[in-house]
Design a binder for this molecule. Sequence first.
Ligand code: NDP
Ligand code: 2IT
Length: 454
Amino acid sequence: MDYTIDNEYLNGLMQKVIAKNPSENEFHQAVFEFLESVKYALPTHPELIDKQILERIVEPERQIMFRVAWVDDNGKIQVNRGYRIQFNSAIGPYKGGLRLHPSVNLGIIKFLGFEQIFKNSLTGLPIGGGKGGSDFDPKGKSDNEVMAFCQSFMRELYRHIGPDVDVPAGDIGTGAREIGFLFGQYKKIVNEYTGVLTGKGLTWGGSLARTEATGYGLCYFVNCMLQKKMNTSFEGKTVVISGSGNVAIYANEKATQLGAKVVAMSDSNGYIYDENGINLDVIKRLKEVERKRISEYVNEVPTAKYTADENGSKGIWTIPCDIALPCATQNELNLESAKTLVANGCKVVGEGANMPTTPDATEYLLSNGIYFTPGKASNAGGVATSALEMCQNSARLSWTFEEVDAKLKGIMENIFENCDKTAEEVGCPNNYVVGANIAGLLKVASAMEAQGCI
Ligand code: NDP
Ligand code: 2IT
């Protein structure tokens, strides 16, 4: 990829990042997209260069990599690699999820940790940026094997985290089951009952609405944009959602509650389409309870059609829709898919996943008048609600679903307003990529400046 930026200082920094972090492609991509936006802030914010804020912000405060050895059901020792990137703690303890997927490598965890800095800043809550995970694949493993892995992972991670230090949570492959095993092991080792992880179960410190938060938050953000910018709403819209995990399921639920019809969903093997709308109860059972493939859906709902698509479910973007919500993984929506969406009349692309749209696809969507919401703004509801879980844990009380949901909605609407206002102020109206990056950056930058050379 050519990551040249038409600003001498920023381009120099970009090339330095590439040279210093070889082979970390997703990290390069995330930094490029960020620095491209930052050029619009330079004229009014000389401190970004004078105080070396940008040079410092692209360098993680701490990178931890460790061996995770565990015993499988056949008695054989397996070895995975664990990661925790503590990227930036200027505005609060490191906060971000743990990804368990065979594709995980240092570059992927660093891209996620980097984006988390600005996302967490946008929430308005006191949380710094971090991310972790492993190349362990929970798919096809028994509960016992998943527990063995999680316990081994935590045997190293515990020394690096804490409720006021670094608070991990879920991400791809890490759900309630994994958080439970990780929490149990942390508590066993440290002998402390604290809010060291979020996404916990409701009987042991979890927050109501955390499960729903990322998907719901995405729809609150997009609906706010539809209302304020396009004088419309989800009502009557046709929606395509990629993925069928935590984010995709609750994006479907909220979009449907707001009056939309979700006609397609996917997993890494293929996608289902039903012009009558997807039956979410069936998806929830197949995915959340039975851990099955989405291909099984058509056995239960014969009006739906399944298309195998081993190429990361890109075929799902050929289905005509008003609103596309990529909620699976990075780089799942490329230039070709962007062109197809536009040609088919799609008006809005709202990112639920982290960096699902490639840079050329983003550029194409923006220059074709599509309302595009970057994940670091529109998927911030998950981590925001994690921060609300931390609040409840510290206070040793729990709020009702309605209280948390109302706070989440307010936070997402504030993030939208902040991105919209910032984009306007720097001369890029309706460009929420620029708005999110700059608004997220400025808060962290002022904290870094105040705290001196650290
Ligand atoms: P889940 O593990 O619950 O679900 C992931 C979904 O995406 C599954 O349907 C999975 O299919 C699909 N998927 C994963 N990897 C690939 C791949 N390489 N190619 C195609 N499909 C893939 O994860 P989440 O729903 O939690 O996360 C989805 C996205 O949202 C990620 O980008 C994550 O970083 C982001 N996110 C998550 C938040 C959260 O609170 N959970 C918060 C903010 C962002 P399969 O089962 O076949 O692997
Ligand atoms: O990408 C993300 O924001 C998450 N996976 C959620 C992180 C969190 O700490 O809740």
